[in-house]
Write a protein that binds this ligand. Structure first.
Ligand SMILES: [Zn+2]
Ligand SMILES: [Zn+2]
Length: 272
């Protein structure tokens, strides 16, 4: 089988699995939080990955055909900001950069809305109840959050005019970025601080997963950290080793099993 036989989704999945493997090795051999038991990490990771597999099947069934039609429609009609005449004449790389920045800003906005509105938060909560954050936490989302975010992206695709190729590249960068900043890889704080000027880093995102609400309501960026810097939502910790991860009232192991994750939004608890 040659590379031409692979669809774009295959390439995305191959890169995702390869990066998962690499970050899993890095966080196992060079951990930030060192007290974790290996066996517990394996069970935790498998549960998060199983949830991600369920989500992938669900989204493909609900949106698969619609998204294929949508991108074909957008290609025929040339709609969206990056297809405006004065931008459409620019080189592909310039159009991609504009599309990338606009879409990354949407990702920041959507994440911030998830923390702002209770109806969105009760589902996003499942991402935050992860008390053993590692690379697999990057794909730990409640199926209803994934459905809502996929739905909300449809008008954004139309407004920006992203084509499938641009979206594929964005999603590959997004996958690598989220696996990296959720990983339990103990990057030296000095290096983390330098990288944080441009991209979201593990210590920056650990603050976002802090049990302290003033810290978790910050650092919403997904790939580029510039949005938090520009919009005043960046919080940096001087002591990333002592950040306590999770959400108050959800700090026990019982919230980590698959069925409980599905039930979490509908159970009584600290919902903001
Ligand atoms: Zn969040
Ligand atoms: Zn996260």
């Amino acid at each position: 089988m040659t590379i031409a036989n692979y669809t774009s989704d295959h390439i995305k999945v191959i890169i995702l699995i390869s990066c998962l493997f690499i970050f899993f090795l890095l966080e196992t051999f060079f951990p930030h939080f060192k007290s974790r038991k290996f066996q517990k990490m394996v069970i935790h990771s498998a549960t998060n990955l199983f949830l991600a597999a369920v989500n992938t099947i669900l989204i493909t069934l609900i949106f698969g055909a619609l998204l294929i039609w949508l991108f074909q429609f957008m290609k025929e009609k040339n709609i969206g900001i990056i297809n405006f005449p004065f931008i459409a004449n620019q080189p592909w790389a310039v159009r991609f950069m504009i599309g990338y920045l606009l879409f990354d800003f949407w990702m920041y906005t959507w994440h911030r809305l998830n923390h702002r509105f209770r109806l969105l938060w009760i589902f996003h909560l499942v991402h935050h109840t992860d008390i053993y954050m590692n690379s697999t936490s990057a794909v730990r989302f409640h199926p209803i959050e994934i459905t809502l975010s996929t739905l909300a992206r449809i008008p954004i695709y139309l407004i920006i005019g992203l084509d499938r190729e641009m979206l594929l590249i964005y999603e590959i960068v997004l996958n690598i970025s989220t696996l990296f900043h959720h990983s339990n890889w103990g990057l030296p704080e000095k290096l983390d601080r330098i990288l944080r000027w441009i991209i979201v880093t593990p210590n920056m995102h650990r603050v976002h997963h802090s049990v302290i609400v003033a810290e978790s309501d910050s650092n919403y960026s997904t790939t580029l950290s510039i949005w938090d810097r520009m919009l005043g939502t960046l919080v940096q910790s001087d002591q990333p080793q002592i950040i306590k991860l999770g959400v108050k009232k959800y700090l026990t192991d019982s919230w980590q099993n698959f069925i409980k994750m599905l039930e979490t939004p509908f159970l009584k608890g600290d919902k903001k």
